[in-house]
Structures are given as C-alpha cells and as structure tokens.
Design a protein around this ligand. Sequence first.
Ligand SMILES: *Cc1c(COP(=O)(O)O)cnc(C)c1O
Length: 228
Amino acid sequence: MEQVIGRNLQRVREEIARAARRAGRDPAEIKIVAVSKGVPVAAVRTAQALGLTAFGESRVQEFVRKYREIGDQVEWHFIGYLQRNKVKYLLGRVQLIHSLDRWNLAVELDRRGVKRGVVFDVLVQVNIAREPGKHGLYEEEVRDFLAAAADLAGVRVRGLMTLAPYVQDPEEARPVFRRLRELAGRCRDVPGVMMEFLSMGMTQDFAVAVEEGANLVRIGTAIFGFRE
Ligand SMILES: *Cc1c(COP(=O)(O)O)cnc(C)c1O
C-alpha cells in the first residue's frame, strides 16, 4: 500500500508542479487536500507518513469514525454536503469546511460556533456550471451572501469552492475554474471577507485547476486508488 500511494503521490506532485510552472506560479502555493472518503485509516496514516497533512472527508459519520482514531494528528477538511443537524460533530475538529452552500447552514454554523466560542472557517461553494441537482450558490448570489456572512461572528469566509462538471476532456472544465477565480477577484472588496482560498480541481481535472489559480486541490483517486 505504501508503495502504491507513494508512487501515486509523486506523480500528483509532479503534475501539480508542472501545471504551476506553466502558469508562472510557485508550486509551493498549492496545497493538496487528500480526499480520504472510502479509504481506511491505515491509508490515511501512510499518506501522512509520506508528507500529506490535510485530509478531506465528505460524510460526517465516516469523518467522526476516523477522527476518533486519528484526532488532530492531521488537518481535517469537510468537503461534502453538510446537514444542519450534523454541524455539532465538526465543531473544533475541522480546519476548513469547503461546502457552505446555503444560508440556513451559515446560520447554524454561526449559532454553534458562537455558543462554543469558536469560529468556523469556511469556503462558499459555487455552482458555476449551474448544474441542476448540484449544490452551491449561483455566481450572481455570491456577493450578497458574502456580505451577509460577514456579520456572522461564528463564521469566517476564507474563499470559494467549486466542482466542475464531469467531462471527458478536462480542458472543458477550464472555463468553470476561470470563472470561479474571476468571481473571487470581484468579491475581494466585500467588507469583512477574505478571499485567500480557491478550492477547485479533483483527480480528473486538477492540473487545469492549478493552471487557473487553485490553491487547494481535492484529490482522492489519484492518490489512494479506487475507493470502496
Ligand atoms: C470525492 C470528492 C473529491 C475527490 O474526488 P477524486 O475524483 O477521487 O479525486 C473532491 N471533491 C469532492 C467534493 C468530493 O466529494
């Protein structure tokens, strides 16, 4: 397992570095969030030993199970759809929630955060491609959402996240990533909002996302192999 993950990771790192250089960027700006959903704890530990520090989970129950074993030895990111009644399980345990996609979730994060005296760092998820059935705000809703979120003491917006449509040729995802970057640029002047992070790119399309400015890439399959 260690050899396979090690080889995969080396390939991913090289590809990120090449993509960064093509775009005139410093590869060190780009952080890998290793998506460990469906992956056993032992593989997380292996990946950690190979130098990965951030791990992404998309189901609360699975996250809680892994957190019980691994705790704060790694940095946890929550990247999936989050039900309001599950927010309590993430309190004080996750570094960043990538998937704030609706106002009532922001309110619940704020309520729980304030009650416990912690601030949730979050990214706002944007459905750039306007795919039906996909989560996330539409582009034109983002500015108002950010302005309103700036008043929530328990929530700190640190950037934006998107999922590109599944396409055969990753080049087709490029306009989606570009539009997220441009949207972040237009939102920098919203008072009280930070636009440090652009979370975009997965196994299929991370090289294109890096060329378009991603600084968080969420990669599962290319590192761990296929999931259960
Ligand atoms: C599963 C998942 C990923 C990683 O997918 P891979 O194709 O395995 O790299 C990234 N982002 C989100 C939101 C996911 O649910």
